[in-house]
Design a protein around this ligand. Structure first.
Ligand SMILES: *Cc1c(COP(=O)(O)O)cnc(C)c1O
Length: 423
């Protein structure tokens, strides 16, 4: 079996822990539109969407054509191209805070370098992050992280020296007073506050109405760089991301996932005044062999061009699908008298099996994971794939058609019925 072979060469049989689930994950042969087709011939309607990356679903023709046209001209040159400049100009045009940026390959690189620049710019050492926020898997931010770190119970990774994480202050999400207190005490030592504007890595947690604007005010007061990690929210809440959706402009932002249309590209950027501290114009070092490669650049350019042209139809369509699924989850749960909280914003949604509102990591951890796993497994059986963890969000794409939504709601009914037996 493929999984047995995988386990002998890849730890746990996977290249990212979030992909592992019991007894073993399915292996995909190909994907098209809203669906994944596995090596055993089974079809799944996909709401994982590569953890939110595939906003147009799988194998989007416009993105593929753009990549094909570039491939025959070469895939990597090690010298600048017009493609990367055009791509960066388009990102700048649609993202409120991105005056200047660097293109990188993954979200992990983007947040790692954003934090380094913030430190270089301010000359300060410490950063504030929030419990359950996931900012990639580098040392500085692997403290009480969400996603796989929350799922597998390793909120603090082995191999991360305390010397590194002692400069990372971890506070609860949605708690302005906690941030205020730390800034009052040691604001002058803090380089950056990094936050997921919508917490989408411990399930889905929405910011309280004044949360982001309060973070904006407080960080400005203390000269702290406010970084929005928009690797999920960017181009998903709106074309201009959470910055546009909530009308709060951070000093810096990180982008990824949707940005590349399925190809590895991410970006970090913000105020020119900050970004001018990067080498070769400034003293903060950052580099990458594959950074800004023309394949990812043309793929990303295609994605943003489509969004720019058709945003007035695309975003309402994405939102309608996610809202229908959320309403159905809530209604069906009532039939089974299940304790649930369903959260939904734009094209994201998730259910928690609990009676209590989920506003932060501690609340999320109180939900009934046994029920969630029963729900997940039954959905899988019914041909609906969602991320295999309570501590992830689900995503709609423009490829989800009304018949997909209808099938999914039928599968929800069966899955909630199975979950209700876990009481
Ligand atoms: C996925 C994610 C990252 C990490 O991005 P990678 O491309 O997986 O390295 C960082 N921040 C957030 C909010 C994410 O969801």
């Amino acid at each position: 079996m493929l999984f047995e072979s995988a386990k002998s060469v890849l730890p746990g049989g996977v290249n990212s822990p979030v992909r592992a689930f019991s007894p073993y994950p399915f292996f995909v042969e190909y994907a098209k539109g809203s669906k994944l087709y596995d090596v055993d011939g089974k079809v799944y309607i996909d709401y994982c969407n590569a953890y939110g990356a595939m906003l147009f679903g799988h194998a989007c023709p416009e993105v593929i054509e753009a990549v094909k046209a570039q491939l025959v001209k070469g895939s990597l040159y090690g010298v600048p191209t017009e493609q990367e400049v055009k791509f960066a100009e388009l990102i700048k045009k649609v993202s409120p805070c991105m005056e200047m940026m660097r293109l990188v390959n993954t979200g992990t690189e983007a947040t790692m370098h954003a934090i380094r620049v913030a430190r270089g710019y301010t000359g300060r050492k410490k950063i504030i992050k929030f419990e359950g926020c996931f900012h990639g898997s580098h040392d500085n931010v692997l403290v009480k992280a969400g996603s796989g770190a929350a799922t597998f119970g390793t909120p603090n990774s082995l191999g991360v020296p305390e010397d590194t994480t002692k400069n990372t202050i971890v506070l609860p999400y949605n708690d302005v007073a906690a941030v205020e207190k730390v800034l009052e005490r040691e604001g002058n030592d803090i380089a950056a506050v990094i936050v997921e504007p919508v917490l989408a890595n411990v399930g889905l947690i929405l910011p309280k109405s004044d949360y982001l604007s309060s973070l904006r005010k407080l960080t400005s007061k203390y000269g702290v760089v406010l970084i929005f990690d928009e690797i999920i929210t960017g181009f998903r809440l709106a074309l201009g991301g959470a910055q546009e959706y909530f009308n709060v402009k951070p000093d810096m932002a990180t982008l990824g996932k949707v940005l590349g249309g399925g190809f590895p590209v991410a970006a970090f950027g913000g105020k020119a005044e900050i970004m001018q501290h990067i080498s070769p114009v400034g003293g903060v070092y950052q580099a990458g062999t594959f950074s800004g490669n023309p394949i990812s650049a043309v793929a990303g350019y295609a994605v943003l061009s489509i969004l720019e042209k058709r945003k007035s139809e695309i975003y309402p369509q994405l939102e309608k699908a996610a809202r229908e699924l959320s309403v159905a989850l809530l209604d069906l749960s009532k039939n089974y008298k299940l304790p649930v909280q369903v959260y939904n914003i734009a094209s994201l949604y998730q259910v928690f099996f609990t009676n209590h509102a989920v506003v932060d990591y501690a609340c999320a951890k109180l939900s009934n994971v046994k029920m969630f796993n029963a729900y997940f497994n039954e959905l899988l059986k019914q041909g609906v794939f969602i991320p295999p963890s309570q501590f992830e969000a689900c995503f709609t794409s423009t490829a989800h058609l009304p018949e997909d939504i209808k099938c999914t709601i039928e599968a929800f009914d069966k899955a909630l019925s199975v979950a209700s037996r876990e009481r």
